[in-house]
Design a binder for this molecule. Sequence first.
Ligand code: PLP
Length: 422
Amino acid sequence: MTELSGHLHQQGRPAAEVLSELREKRTHDARWQDGRTFGLVYDGGAEVHAVAEKAAMMYLHENALNPRAFPSLGSIQSEVCQWTAELFHGPDTSAGFLTSGGTESLLCAVKAARERGKAERGITKPQMIVPESAHAAFHKGAHYFGLELVKTPVRTDWTANVEAMADAMTPNTVLMVGSAPQYPQGVIDDIPAIAALASEIGASCHVDACIGGFVLPFVELVGRDVTPWDFQIEGVTSISADIHKLGYSPKGASVILHRTKQLRSYQTFVFDDWLGGFYASPNMQGTRSGLPMAAAWAVIQYLGVDGYIDLTTQMLGAADKMRAAISATEGIRVLGDADYHIIATSSDPEAKHPIDVFALGNALGELGWHFDRQGPPDSLHATVSAGNAAAVDQFIADLGQSAEQVGASRVEDRSTSYATLE
Ligand SMILES: *Cc1c(COP(=O)(O)O)cnc(C)c1O
């Protein structure tokens, strides 16, 4: 028998030892449990965890590749899509699928727009128009699926410059993108205008509500103004929304909805020409874990509209307090006038002593607060969720102390860090 190089043990290790090493490995991970992480993990609280974890255990091994073998997963998917369509004022014709996350939902939207352009308009050199504020995954989609991506600027309020989008349109335009809200500054694009442009030429209009889909409907229900962004707008053909963000379910769950089943059909892959049998697949995956689907279903059921209103109220309270504290701190400011869950903090060029926000981020990092750096312009990104509410007063105290400590100092390293390879 040949021996392997020795990195993998020949003999298995006792379960307790393995699990204890895993626990050890997590020591330096972001401390989201303390409400000190503004992004990456969105914490709905102990009771939500308990429901999610029980559902997850129940579906740890199930495979949604074949919903005929696991009809429960088929109904989980269609119920979650139906609830989400209702939240987004979808017509009765709307139809969708669950995916593993926002990126996969956006990939599906790009692929569907390309197929639709080919089928309905004979377009073989598809082009898509994407504001520079739209998520990087649209660029990934263009890269994967061979579309030309034209990137358009934002206005001074950080929303998409719709005139620039109109100027970029060609007979090959298959997709126009708007975000509700966009991730960097948290503002909602002028979706009615973008959708009108798209429908003029029979192109698709995707609204990326990955980070807003489980926020905006509830923000509206608690009485705050929300500019129209969803299927109420006629030209919107698809919407993505991540349950694993402010839907408060564990990672691996997002919804992609299309206005009609016909539009949804451009997303799917159906194949029957190999030795293994009929293969139909709704998204990018093959084997598909039932875990995140069941956990998302359970969390949504457990919370109900009232539960989401409660979490949204906690989130808004925390976000408003943070925004006020940042605005009141000499040397820094909030970019744009979003008043939901996203806060971008940058240096205030008009201040007498502008603060380097990357230095500030490092100082806050020393105290256990995790912000992603983003830019341009150099800024600290916070997506605030209910899980941050209990820590917000401590944050405000630490912000004041850190700002003082940083003073006029600047850090060399200007790299940003939304996502990394290793
Ligand atoms: C998070 C996010 C995405 C990507 O979602 P993942 O779940 O990280 O793949 C896309 N668009 C927006 C606006 C987002 O905030």
